[in-house]
Design a protein around this ligand. Sequence first.
Ligand code: ADP
Ligand code: MG
Length: 389
Amino acid sequence: MQLASQGTVLLLLRVLVHWDLVQRARGRSAFQGTVTPCGDSDVESEQMRVLKGRTGGDLLVLCNLRKSYGGRRGAEAVRDCFGLLGASGAGKSTTFKMLSGDIAPTAGHAVVRTSSGEDVALFSAGAAGVRIGYCPQQDALDELLTGWEHLRYYCSLCGIPKQHIPEVAGDLVRRLQLGAHANQPVATYSGGTKRKLSTALALLGRPDLLLLDEPSSGMDPCSKRFLWRVLTEEVLEGCAVVLTSHSMEECEALCTRLTIMVNGSFRCLGSPQHLRDRFGAGYVVRVACEEGSAARAVSDCLGLHFPDVRLQGQRLNVLEYHVPRRRDCLADLFRVLADNKTALSIRHYSIQQPTLEQVFIDFAAEPQPTPRAAPGPATSSHRPHGLPV
Ligand SMILES: Nc1ncnc2c1ncn2[C@@H]1O[C@H](COP(=O)(O)OP(=O)(O)O)[C@@H](O)[C@H]1O
Ligand SMILES: [Mg+2]
């Protein structure tokens, strides 16, 4: 009788201790919380996906991770190459510092998925066999040591056997084009070369998760492309990459998904093409007028044919308009501008689709709440940006 009651109590205790596993077995997410309204349907449905536990092949999942210097929160899951964009001070490096353990989050948590499919807290990832490489925004290099010395030292720290160190270090020197500098002390390196070495150190030991905080800042265009090739190779081999960059070209080249962060929270989410389609619907029209001609006349003429046209800004005698997309809009624009070129003293004009850079500028310059539902192609979800008018 005593044994039976003892056994029942111990079984109950065990169930309580492993309650999270029971929850998972019942198909419920280990994450608790509610969706934080943020004004963007993509970000909110991503939060819902995380909270419902539908994070399938994602290696890193952040749930309501927050650092309060007055900041906000977000829920996000990561696979492939994920871009974290935002103006300076948006909170990108703070997010990385929380992920790398440099600073403790005020709330929320991050989990990584092990190769056996188990979710473990980020701080115990190493013990669970998940390798994380981190390239901080500020290079953590010793000015007196050479590139080779750094690589050899970090190889030892990673536990790479002594006989394999020359091969591993040599491979990284070759892949990141560090050969010409690897024998020189870091004090002689340019900013871009230091970033290459910092990235090489993050890549040591074939990480499962790479956190790269502005890895390409200060790099020349050729070096950037070598870096992109290296990162693409890593992603193809199954590494999950989280990247910040101020180069939209880089994000287009590398990121399968990206978010734009404003004041510590995600304001949009999706592939570069999705963000361009959703937030960049319409055309940007630039009109260069002759000196002394009336800019007002150009605005009036465009307004007559395109009632939704909006003057975005003016630099010297160049006027910039946004025209929402509609059927035959492009042909009409060319026709109206060509017909009135002489009468309006237009020197030249151009019409183009908004770029990802334009979408970024709009978010960074005008942090207004975005529309809740995804608008159709002809709606004006486009926000004005801060060009001087
Ligand atoms: N240790 C700190 N104490 C107080 N505020 C900080 C600290 N570190 C960063 N911040 C502030 O948090 C915000 C986000 O900073 P950061 O993450 O470095 O931005 P980003 O990397 O996007 O440029 C900034 O406004 C910054 O001034
Ligand atoms: Mg930063």
